[in-house]
Design a protein around this ligand. Structure first.
Ligand code: PLP
Length: 520
């Protein structure tokens, strides 16, 4: 490599004059990007089409009368705009993404390659079933793997996310209880649960009863048993839980729930910590959703298609949403109506058959790893989290004693009397080139910092992260409060007013500031 392409040495850097203040707001190659509407140059267009020949409209006077309001930009302008925006994004493909509870795991490129095979990518959901036997077989094979891994007899594949899976499962539980003559009125949810759990129970018409955690971060079994009664429809328990801990009394909990005539719903979002090692059915679980993006490496999607299949025990299987894929004498068949064996189904929860692209990726992940490989994935995820725990236990403060599963939970007691908050600490991490961990969740510990490294981070990558966290903890303790309060200083935008952004979101751009955005 030529000398002039190397980084400046410390002395050279000192000798270098301060950069000129940019006239554009740009910093280095970091471009200050305006909204696309602010780049509007009327008359510019990316295409040059001839005026259409006169034609008779069939809209019967319903044609739009006013301009559509799209900004005028040439193709190169559009390409630059979206390329620059994409470069402002942080992603698992950019660096370590320790966002606990979200499992930002590597998406293998093999999965992507298979999902793009024309025979899979180009099929249309409205194609006659007779023309897509391969797709049915793929979906059925995925269901087979999920049944094997969970030990459950039925899988509903259409739910489009974990939260949607929860809705599916709780609707099935309600339907099963209604069929028994009483849908009951209460659902028990531990206080550490993801917010989607109580929201789902409420959406299904239940009142939510919170169960406290015990001193070890697990569900307080005595408190739970005291709340069980004939009006309890279900317990919604996450395992491993949101503190990154295995609910060690889960079998006794399941027995108590069943003795009360209730169902045991498990939030299986953290299945990635136990896949291949524990079969949820063996723990007494009746129903559990899986997030394919968390356990089986499908992309998080940035609001795009997700997939949250639900595993159901025998008594809930009849309520699985449509369509069903069933084995018949002539091969696989699609049941699309609430008749025959699907007579008690919830009906459709989603258009078509679910997120095919995600099914292909998840199955590719399963088949390329094999069952032993999946078990190894879970073990490595747990090992990586425990490595962080062991190396940081004396620098940060652990919320609960003992080892953890796939994520490690710290609280803010190590920052006591420094004036630095969890938010400051996380923002300072950004200046060090890291996406922050999950902050202030779960709610049961003060100033939570939930770190999930995932299985694919190397030891070198974890060591570097550990050194950064240690250095930040040391500077917090040595009184560098202004540094933390100012962070982040190296990002395109400094610290945002997150409260205002949440309370007064501006969701639509207008040429004039929208009224609700006006200064108070
Ligand atoms: C414990 C837990 N439950 C439920 C969910 C909701 O899943 P989704 O975001 O796919 O709707 C998540 C999401 O990460 C989760 O961590």
């Amino acid at each position: 490599m030529n000398d002039w392409s190397r980084a400046l040495s410390a002395n050279q850097a000192e000798e270098t004059a301060a950069p000129m203040a940019p006239a554009t707001g740009n910093r280095g190659l970091q471009i200050e990007e305006k909204l696309i509407f602010e780049q509007d140059s009327p008359g510019h267009c990316g295409v040059d089409l001839a005026e259409p020949a006169p034609f008779r409209s069939r809209l019967d006077g319903l044609e739009r009368q006013s301009p559509i309001g799209l900004p005028g930009l040439s193709e190169p302008q559009v390409v630059r705009h979206f390329t620059r925006l994409s470069q402002k994004n942080y992603a698992i493909d950019t660096g370590l993404y320790p966002l606990g509870s979200c499992t930002m795991k590597h998406n293998p490129r093999l999965n992507e390659k298979l999902a793009r095979l024309p025979g899979l990518a180009d099929i249309h959901p409205l194609q006659p079933v007779s023309t897509v036997p391969g797709a049915l077989e793929l979906i059925d094979t995925l269901a087979h793997w999920l049944k094997t891994l969970t030990g459950m007899p039925a899988i509903a594949l259409t739910p489009a996310a974990g939260a949607h899976g929860e809705l599916c499962g709780m609707m099935a539980i309600r339907a099963a209880l209604e069929a028994r003559g009483n849908c009951r009125s209460r659902v028990l949810v531990p206080e550490s649960a993801h917010g989607t759990n109580p929201a789902t129970a409420a959406a299904c018409g239940y009142t939510v009863d919170q169960i406290p955690a015990d001193a070890t971060g697990r569900v307080d079994r005595a408190a739970l048993e005291a709340k069980l009664g004939v009006d309890v429809a279900a317990l919604m328990l996450t395992n491993p839980n949101t503190c990154g801990l295995f609910e060690s009394e889960i079998i006794k909990i399941a027995e108590a729930v069943h003795a009360a005539g209730a169902f045991f719903y498990c939030d299986g979002a953290n299945f990635n910590a136990i896949v291949g090692r524990v079969r949820p059915a063996d723990l007494g679980i009746d129903c559990m959703h899986l997030n394919l993006h968390k356990t089986f490496s499908t992309p998080h999607g940035g609001g795009g298609p997700g997939s949250g299949p639900v595993a159901l025990t025998e008594s809930l299987a009849p309520y699985a949403p449509l369509p069903w894929i069933v084995h018949g004498p002539d091969g696989l068949r699609l049941l699309e109506h609430k008749t025959g064996p699907a007579g008690q189904s919830l009906g459709r929860l989603k258009g078509f058959h679910g997120q095919m692209g995600m099914f292909v990726r998840a199955l590719a992940y399963m088949m390329s790893h094999g069952s032993d490989g999946l078990r190894q994935v879970a073990e490595d995820a747990v090992l990586n989290a425990n490595y962080l725990l062991a190396r940081l236990a004396n620098e940060l403060s652990l919320s609960f004693p003992g080892s953890c599963m796939h994520e490690v939970l710290f609280d803010d007691s190590f920052l006591k009397e420094t004036g630095v908050t969890t938010l400051d600490f996380a923002k300072a991490l950004i200046d060090q080139g890291y996406h922050p961990m999950t902050m202030y969740f779960p709610l049961i510990v003060h100033g939570a910092m939930l770190v999930e490294p995932t299985e694919t981070e190397s030891k070198a990558s974890l060591d570097e992260f550990i050194e950064v966290l240690k250095a930040l903890a040391t500077s917090a303790r040595s009184g560098e409060l202004p540094h933390f309060r100012a962070a982040p200083v190296s990002t395109p935008r400094r610290r945002l007013d997150e409260t205002r952004a949440a309370r007064k979101p501006v969701l639509r751009w207008g040429p004039e500031p929208l009224e609700r955005d006006a200064p108070e």
